[in-house]
Design a protein around this ligand. Sequence first.
Ligand code: SF4
Length: 444
Amino acid sequence: MSTQTEPKLVTQIDFARAGQITPQMKKVAEREHRDPEYIRERVADGRIAIPANIVHIKKGMRAFGVGEGLSTKVNVNLGISGDKADAAEEWKKVKIAEDFGADAIMDLSNSGKTRQFRQQLIDETPLMVGTVPMYDAIGYMEKPLVKLTKDDLFEVVRAHAEDGVDFMTIHCGINKSVTKTFKETGRLMNIVSRGGSLLFGWMEVTGNENPFYEYFDELLEICHEYDVTISLGDSCRPGCLYDSNDATETAEMIELGKLCKRAWAAGVQVMVEGPGHMAIDEIAANMKLQKRLCHNAPFYVLGPLVTDIGVGYDHITAAIGGAISASSGADFLCYVTPAEHLCLPNAQDVLDGLMATKIAAHAADIAKKVPHARDMDDKMGQARRKLDWDAMWECALDPVTGKKRYEESPAATEGTCTMCGKMCAVRTVNKVFEGTTIDLGMED
Ligand code: SF4
């Protein structure tokens, strides 16, 4: 008789490898029109992540799958900043994210005591919740950056895990080897990731290795305990077109690929973060390289912004890149708002950024042939052919804005809109097929 105790199954990847389908895998399968076994297989080998902290599951979170063969997910960033600490405004953004179809909310609060907002968010939202513990470390520990110790940083990670955070961006890949490459090869925009810049500063001042890299196994233990998915941060994502796909970005990606394998071996789910700013013709190759180097781990991208000069309209520059990146293999898009590079977004910016990113994700899902992705588009075509405006609102990604615009400009001819009025092409052709009078030019 064996005296060995069976390892405790905690995370989605533990269960998947043991051949067990969890309730979360079943839910993902239902929502994605896939067989539960399809989901289990891919969770087992890391191609799909289901970021779902065991604490958040108990509070009623919905299960979302991120990865191969699934619909592209969309994240909304929000949170209190040092210059604008208005919790009520951030709650408005939470409501917009939930009402307009975001899959995840990242709480990027980085000033003062952030725990109350984070805990309330996890209590109340069924969406995936992500954080960046590095942003929170200075406020949480009440210490200047350079005085933070490895134990301080890990204490913050543990606090976020205990609170129920489903995925954490942790910049584990920026180690001494990557910073050497960065300093030797140079960049136009240096390091633009906030967490990456904090760690780079800490490493340079203390002379120490990145603690999240050096003590990665300890980090994995915390993540395993709560089933926190690690979203491996891309500290060296390009901040301008000039820096894209350079030696520094690629050096970090190679490190991230090695860390993916270590995380999976420890039963921890992983996603990998990506660019950034990137010209259209480079995006598909970057997605393929990431999938290759990171062993098909789900790819979570910010944009990419396809030009650097769309200031004030970067939800559009990012949506163009988002559609191309998702149709080329990215699995999860972080929204970008019109306020990008300018200021903390307001509620309208959040809505505009979310809708631009939702459209990009949906357009990519149609191209990727995600099951049933085009159903609503085909229904919209039918509704438009019948000039059935109520049916059109049911198909629209944002029915509120569509209906408001339509009703603000009432058409003189029934069924049409003020764009063409009586010359409505749909109405004219419908009349031809119905055999009814085409009444154009017959007003007298
Ligand atoms: S009036 Fe013109 S824009 Fe409006 S529904 Fe008819 S064809 Fe379309």
